[in-house]
Design a binder for this molecule. Structure first.
Ligand code: GLP
Length: 240
């Protein structure tokens, strides 16, 4: 794992946007794996700025997101499809028909997982962007999710529900299930870029980088991937 230590959130966002932009410039038809959450917001802001300055275009880029809450569709402000449109897709020249997320509002979630998994198999990702949960989750693959798992319905850990409740009106409004790309599918990307900021993630960073490769820390599986870049700020790198 290549580790880039930076001072703070802003430097992390600068560096990650630079890496993603270099992929988009070199491969204008690339397929990207994208993530949601607060960690990647600064990266998306910078990509939007580069687009506005005419430095990059997403017109021929395709994307596949990691996950979506079960029960939430595009009409919900808390859905990840809404997040992606608001923070990246509709602020740039992404063609919405080339952007993909699991459909959280699908009538049959199991069928939706199979549909998304087949799409992923047919569309290898050039680079996968990841955040890290404070319990070591990637996507919504919580501790003890199998390393060989594909897209599935995940029960969210209590700590994840509480971490993510800041974006909902109240704790009870946070969905308890999500559709997530499985760890095996995350690992299929040619390269992986994982961003971590803040002291609350320091223990998860330690377990991911220096811990045993074990399903108790889903992100530790990344140690087995040959091309992972971790950008970590000083606070999150505190236990390395
Ligand atoms: C969320 C998402 C992940 C995200 C992670 C960290 O639950 N499912 O994709 O990377 O947890 O979120 P944040 O960046 O808001 O800390």
């Amino acid at each position: 794992m290549k580790i880039i230590k930076v001072k703070n959130y802003d430097e992390m966002s600068d560096k990650s946007a630079e890496i993603l932009a270099s992929v988009v410039k070199a491969e204008p038809h690339a397929t990207l794996g994208l993530a949601t959450g607060s960690t990647v917001l600064g990266t998306y802001d910078r990509l939007v700025e580069m687009y506005k300055r005419g430095e990059i275009s997403f017109a021929d880029i395709s994307s596949f997101n990691l996950d979506e809450y079960v029960g939430l569709g595009g009409d919900s402000d808390q859905s990840y499809v809404h997040y992606m449109r608001k923070h990246l897709f509709c602020r740039t020249d992404f063609d919405l028909k080339n952007t993909h997320l699991p459909d959280g509002a699908a009538e049959n979630a199991e069928e939706e997982c199979a549909r998304y998994s087949a799409l992923l198999a047919a569309n290898p990702r050039r680079i996968q962007l990841l955040g890290l949960g404070s319990d070591g989750h990637i996507g919504f693959n919580e501790p003890y999710s199998p390393f060989d798992g594909t897209t599935h319905v995940a029960e969210l850990a209590e700590s994840t529900i509480s971490d993510n409740s800041r974006l909902f009106e109240r704790l009870e409004a946070v969905p308890r299930k999500a559709i997530t790309m499985g760890i095996a599918e995350i690992m299929q990307a040619r390269s992986i870029l994982i961003l971590v900021s803040g002291a609350a993630k320091a223990e998860a960073v330690r377990a991911m980088v220096n811990g045993e490769v074990n399903e108790s820390c889903p992100a530790s599986g990344l140690q087995r991937h040959g091309d992972v870049t971790l950008i970590v700020d000083e606070a999150a790198a505190g236990l390395l």
